[in-house]
Each structure stands twice: as C-alpha cells, then as structure tokens.
Design a protein around this ligand. Structure first.
Ligand SMILES: [Zn+2]
Length: 460
C-alpha cells in the first residue's frame, strides 16, 4: 500500500480550495436550484481528468452527475454523495459576496462553504487523487468508489437522489455510503470529540385541529376552538414525552462520559443507568453546556414543535375549527402510530377534542457501528488528531441518507473538518457569511482520502 504521506498534500489542498471556489461561484440556491450548472461544471472537471461521468437531468436545469472508479469487484462499492444545491441567502446580512468564493484570512467564504459544497470539494479532490494514483499504478481498489453530486436536497430531493434511487439504482447501489454530517470536531470542556453520524431522526409533519361551537363573538362561551387550540399548543410546548435510549444515543453518552471525565462523566453515567423513567430528569444536570443538554434531550426523545397557527375568518365570528402545524421528530424505530400514542397519552383528557392529520412522514435511521468502515474512520481520525475522540451520534435533522439507505447501504455522516474551539458547525451552517477554514479543508481532505483509500484497498 502506498502511504498517503507520499502525496503532495499542499497541492491537493490548493486543488480542494479551487474546486470549492468554483462551486460557490455557481448560484444553485434552491429554489429554484439550477443544479445543472454544478453538474456540468463537475462533469467537465471529471472529463479533464480522464473520467467519463453520467449526467442526468431530472427536470429542466436540475442536473445530477455520477462517476465511478472501478475496483476488482471483490467487494461492494463505497458511495461518496453530496448535494449541489444550497439554501437561499439574505445578501443584506452578508459582508461579502455570497457567490464570490472569496479567500480571505484563511477562510473560503460563500453560501455552501459548509453545507455542503466544501464537503463536495473534498470528496471530489479525494476522487481525483485516487484516480491519479490508480493511473500511476500506486493504488488498486477492491471495491468501486462512486461519486454522486445531486440536486434538490434542500427541498425534498425529488429532483435529486430521491428520483435517482428509483430510476437509476444500479448507478448508486453500494454497501457503504459517506456524506454530511459528522466527522467534524466538537469542543467541550477543553476536550475534542469527533461525532460520526450513525443515526438520524425521522419526521412526522402534521396538523393539529381543535373543534368547538361556532357563534357570534359578542356572546362568549366555553367551547371556543381558538381557545382549545391555544391551550393545546401551550400544553404541547411544555410536554415531556418519555425518554428512549437507542444504541447510538447510548454510545454517544458513553463516549462523552469517557472523554469528559469528572463530574459530567458521573452525571452522564447516571443517565445511562437510570432507565427511561428517571433519565429524562437527569439530562439538564448531566451536561453543563445548555446547548448540549438540548441536543441530548432531542436525541433521546421524540419531539413535537408547534410551527404554525391558523384560525378565524372574521373578528366577530367564533370559528368552528382552529389548526396548528406540528413538526415532530421521531427516534429510529418509532413509527408514526407510536408517536401519536405518546402524544395522546401526554395530552390526557384534552386529546378528546383534538384531531391529528399527518401530511408527510419519514422514519428515522440507525446503522451499526461494528463495521469495518466505522473502525477505519475511527482509526483515521485518531491518527490525524491524536487528542480527538471519535463517537457515534444521531442527527436531529434529515439528510439524503433517507433515500440512499433504501438501496441497502450503511450510511454514515462523515465529512471530516477541524474547527477551532470557538467555532460551532451548527451556528455557521445556513448562516450569514458562511465560511470554512482552509486548514480545515486541507486536514479533512487528507483524512477522507486515508479512509477511502484504506477501506477500498482492504480485502473484505
Ligand atoms: Zn446539506
């Protein structure tokens, strides 16, 4: 095996930065997307490097591009996938051009620098480096490496990987897949963790309806739908649904306890052994940082968040119905029915005059961590940052893993980046002046290359 130390990592870092700047300069804000700009741009780069990609336009201007490095077929492929669309910007709040790809003071600025053109640039640099190493006779693969840059993730992926999984499964089928989010440094109490995403929550989006007796507003009565709804929303906001520890949450808490030590470790271990009834109350005391306690609560509970209200036709009319929209997030293994039962139990008597209507739902995902790829990732992170501690974690949001996993892949969120202690990934993503440190990109590209090359060279 050729060690990655023999590669020119300065040149590869420069290439990663140029790739990212090129991607940022293409405005793929979704809506409307226009990801064909990015797909054609990437296809051109691949062709310049002797790789023939497949370009798929799922709708006008909605482009997707897929390429493959061939292994000897003795193991199933590894898929690297990324979305090329970005969320819109509010230019007035930016101090730089969001689509300028400016390199300043060690940072590349622009929409998508983190989510996720920066990650795509790293994947692309890794893919091109592997291709060159193969051509030079320095690398041979036992499994194919597939690169997919797809559209529409910031909406519902219907013009991206969602439709590709249905219509072109053979282009994407893989045993393992890597994408956002995870593998970036998280600094807590002077310690550094690398959460690797091995699970993500599901979602149930629904409407809660309260009904009552209509009438003239000049004669108030007790059966007012607006009042019923207001009470229910207030009650829901204060609900504490039961705690559930999944394997990922357990491993995350145990990893934090091992790494943090001291009083926080005692609190976290108490949480692990307390059981679901008692545990919930311990979360606020287990972690000192308020943001982390909220995160820990979200990955150990199904959650219900009111996000909209609609009631009333006219100021002097008591309406028959009033409606709230609820964003519910479910733990892996929890069905839509399970969630509704928990919610009705928690609402007690009030549930009787309320009805729930589900608009859309997707189940949560949880993948095993006792796999050769997880071990390869963990070993690589420890090699590249000996002080860092890799731990499994659950994303509270959703990614394209929901689609990719339908083809049977074990999906991890692994896009290695190194943040300084003051920087929080979650505060920069989708924010104003989104940016990524050049040093972080350089470090991450090298760590990702080591994982991909080590994993795909090794015999299964
Ligand atoms: Zn993203």
């Amino acid at each position: 095996m050729i060690e990655s130390t023999e590669l020119n990592w300065n040149a590869i870092a420069d290439e990663t930065i140029r790739l990212l700047q090129g991607l940022i300069r293409l405005d793929t804000s979704n809506p409307p997307g226009n990801e064909m700009l990015a797909a054609q741009h990437i296809a051109g780069i691949l062709r310049d490097n002797g790789i023939e990609p497949v370009l798929i336009e799922t709708a006008p201007n909605r482009g997707n591009v897929i390429a493959r490095l061939k292994g000897d077929g003795s193991a199933q492929p590894l898929l690297l996938y990324a979305h090329t669309d970005v969320v819109p910007v509010e230019p007035a709040h930016w101090t730089v051009d969001p689509f300028g790809g400016l390199l300043r003071d060690g940072y590349v600025y622009g929409r998508g620098a983190l989510d996720m053109k920066g990650i795509l640039a790293m994947q692309l640099a890794v893919f091109l480096t592997a291709a060159r190493q193969m051509r030079a006779g320095n690398l041979s693969l036992h499994r194919d490496v597939i690169l997919a840059a797809t559209a529409d993730e910031e909406s519902d992926s219907n013009q991206g990987i969602g439709i590709l999984v249905e219509q072109h499964p053979d282009l994407l089928r893989a045993e393992y897949a890597l994408s956002e989010f995870g593998g970036y440094s998280l600094h807590l109490a002077g310690k550094c963790f690398y959460p690797i995403q091995t699970a993500e929550k599901g979602n149930v989006w629904m409407r809660l309806r309260a009904s009552g007796r209509p009438g003239h507003a000049s004669v108030p009565h007790d059966d007012n739908a607006v009042v019923h709804l207001a009470r229910a929303v207030d009650r829901i906001a204060r609900l504490r649904l039961p705690m559930h520890m999944t394997d990922t949450a357990r491993a995350f808490v145990a990893g934090l306890a091992d790494g943090l030590g001291g009083a926080q470790a005692v609190g976290l271990r108490a949480l692990l052994s307390a059981g679901n009834q008692m545990g919930s109350a311990l979360i606020d005391h287990a972690l000192r940082e308020p943001g982390m306690a909220a995160e820990l609560r979200a990955i150990t509970h199904n959650t219900v968040t009111p996000t909209g209200l609609r009631a009333g036709l006219k100021v002097n009319v008591i309406p028959t119905d009033a409606e709230a929209t609820l964003d519910c997030r479910t733990l892996p293994g929890v069905s839509q029915g399970d969630l509704l039962r928990e919610l009705e139990d928690a609402l007690g008597d009030e549930a009787g005059r309320l009805s729930f209507e589900v608009d859309s739902a997707a189940p949560g995902l949880e993948f095993p961590t006792d796999t050769p790829l997880f071990r390869t990732i963990s070993d690589a992170l420890k090699r590249h940052d000996p002080a860092g501690m890799p731990i499994p974690f659950m994303l509270t949001g959703a990614t394209d893993a929901k689609h990719v996993s339908r083809l049977g892949a074990i999906c991890y969120g692994f896009s290695p980046m190194k943040f300084s202690p003051g920087e929080r990934f979650s505060e920069l993503v989708h924010g104003h002046d989104e940016r990524v440190a050049v040093a972080s990109l350089a470090w991450g590209t090298r760590a990702l290359y080591d994982v991909v090359s080590a994993f795909c060279q090794s015999r299964p």
